[in-house]
Design a protein around this ligand. Structure first.
Ligand SMILES: C[S@@+](CC[C@H](N)C(=O)[O-])C[C@H]1O[C@@H](n2cnc3c(N)ncnc32)[C@H](O)[C@@H]1O
Length: 191
């Protein structure tokens, strides 16, 4: 078993939802704008965002390395009366089918090598919604990863999608869900 899986299975092994059942606030705020259809939630964890997308009419594939997380994601889907398609995958290896998705969501997971695969996996006119920590989080926020490689550098996210139409971008320190966090958030369209 890979160390990532062991670590996250341990975190998700409790009865409580470690990351909560509520969707990410940035996703919640923009849900009405997102193009409906097939969605992929990358590193879905316990499924808070995947289930929210399914509640809003998306057909959702939810992928993660943690079987324990995926089990809770299915439980949450059942609680909310929706269906999601969960897949246990290692995102170091996983190939996203070309042109399959209308929406790809990536929350609090940074694997730079995945970005070209996200782009290929979207249909033309498909959207990506992405949010994760920037380096400043280490000074201002609580929680989050330890290693510097898991944080975005200044303007890194917007630059990574420069061949997309940028529909929304923010980067900085925000107070959301009762906590301070330093993040970059992006919504962009494949053109
Ligand atoms: C901080 S959590 C984010 C979960 C979810 N996106 C959310 O916002 O609630 C990071 C997730 O990445 C997953 N993960 C870590 N390494 C992975 C890998 N190599 N392949 C697939 N998933 C991985 C973990 O299991 C965990 O669910």
């Amino acid at each position: 078993m890979k160390s990532d899986q062991r670590r996250w299975d341990k975190r998700f092994g409790e009865k409580e939802f470690a990351l909560g059942k509520e969707p990410n606030p940035f996703l919640k705020k923009h849900i009405h704008l997102l193009p409906r259809g097939k969605a992929l939630d990358i590193a879905t964890g316990e499924g808070r965002n995947a289930v929210f997308l399914a509640q809003h009419g998306f057909e959702v594939d939810a992928v993660d390395i943690s079987e324990k997380g995926l089990r809770k994601a299915r439980q949450l889907a059942q609680e909310k009366g929706v269906k999601i398609n969960t897949l246990a995958v290692d995102l170091d290896q996983f190939q996203i089918e070309k042109g399959r998705y209308d929406l790809i969501a990536n929350f609090y997971f940074l694997k730079r090598r995945l970005i070209p695969r996200i782009k290929k996996g979207l249909k033309k006119g498909g959207w990506v919604i992405f949010e994760t920590y920037i380096l400043d989080h280490r000074e201002v926020g609580t929680g989050g990863p330890k290693q510097a490689k898991y944080f975005l550098k200044p303007n890194e996210l917007i630059r990574s999608f420069k061949n997309f139409r940028i529909l929304f971008y923010r980067e900085g320190i925000f107070k959301e869900g009762g906590r301070k966090k330093a993040v970059a958030s992006l919504i962009a369209e494949k053109i």
